[in-house]
Design a protein around this ligand. Structure first.
Ligand SMILES: [Zn+2]
Ligand SMILES: [Zn+2]
Length: 333
């Protein structure tokens, strides 16, 4: 019989197709990506084309006056940086001026780099850029919420192949965040404990869905994973604000994220994926009931009408089997 599992953190119901579940191997991509040049003269993110992006906001300097990572405003920003986030209420309709910040974080000068194969020290520099921009975005008083995300591959919604992430600061709190905050607060009210700390403790105790871990972080497939190989990365220490991570923790996060990406890359043959870093603001950093975390979803299946119509998901792989498959693959060190 299929199981309908509940995810207490998101409030989602997920149908786990236990009987017609596919074996983890069946999600491995057949085709390989086409070979990319190390540098593309047409690519706005390649070295030598810096003038083709809007004014640089941050860089991790590299050798010979170059750079390792840079952050630039998105030329096709979803929101505009100028103006006040004025709210207009007209009868029962509400509208905000579309003010916000939207930047691209170019992760490496190498056009053909695979994020899963970057050296850990370089992933650390990328995370350092996330931390720097997140802190800067939250200093803007118009910004209510900041999200960092990565689209890797066409199925994940990217149009430029040069490795990059995006960061968006918006003047509203997204509904997904509101729902998670409400669930977290309810759990705190009922049990007097952080739902995220409890989830992590249980996952580490059971062990069957754990993918990888180190001293400061753990990666696991959620009990009610919304799709095959869906992975959450949680800090072991309680914190609601990513901007508070120390340099030491950043290094450990880089090692773990790199390992998870490498495991997924090897196991599924470089699939398209998205990841999202969820964090509250510095003012909310000390909240006792919320955790910042990273959610990673390989695009190996497609959400369709059922998902659209219910907000529920059908996962055609057992979360425990997904985790075991990712644990077992041999990854280069
Ligand atoms: Zn490029
Ligand atoms: Zn916690």
């Amino acid at each position: 019989m299929p199981e309908i599992r509940s995810n207490p953190i998101t409030g989602d119901w997920v149908i786990i197709a236990t009987e017609r579940a596919r074996r983890p191997e069946e999600f491995t991509r057949a085709a390989v990506r086409r070979q990319l040049p190390a540098r593309d003269p047409e690519c706005p993110f390649c070295p030598g084309n810096e003038h083709r992006t809007p004014e640089e906001q941050f860089r991790v300097p590299g050798p010979d006056g170059g750079w390792l990572v840079r952050a630039v405003p998105n030329r096709f920003a979803a929101l505009t940086p100028e103006g006040d986030a004025g709210r207009h209420v007209n009868g029962f309709r509400t509208c905000l001026d579309g003010v916000g910040l939207h930047e691209v974080i170019v992760e490496t000068p190498a056009h053909d780099a695979s994020p899963a194969a970057l050296p850990v020290a370089h992933v650390e520099r990328v995370l350092e850029a996330y931390r720097h921009r997140l802190r800067a975005f939250y200093k803007d008083r118009r910004i209510e919420h900041v999200i960092v995300f990565k689209n890797h591959g066409e199925a994940a919604g990217t149009s430029l192949v040069h490795p990059h992430s995006q960061i968006v600061g918006m003047p509203v709190l997204p509904n997904q965040l509101r729902a998670r905050l409400e669930e977290a607060m309810r759990h705190w009210g009922n049990f007097g404990e952080c739902l995220y700390c409890r989830t992590l403790r249980e996952e580490l105790r059971e062990g069957v869905r754990v993918v990888a871990q180190n001293g400061s972080f753990a990666a696991f497939v959620p009990y009610a994973a919304l799709s095959p190989f869906h992975v959450w990365v949680f800090p072991r220490h309680h914190s609601a604000y990513f901007g508070d991570v120390t340099d030491g923790q950043l290094a450990e996060l880089a090692a773990l994220l790199r390992e998870v990406l490498a495991r997924i890359g090897v196991a599924l043959n470089d699939p398209d994926y998205n990841y999202v870093l969820r964090s509250l603001s510095p003012q909310e950093g000390a909240l006792k009931y919320f955790h910042w975390y990273i959610s990673l979803v390989p695009r190996v299946t497609k959400a369709a009408g059922f998902e659209l119509g219910t907000g529920m998901f059908i996962n055609t792989a057992l979360p425990e089997a997904s985790a075991e498959f990712l644990r077992r693959v041999a990854v280069p060190g």
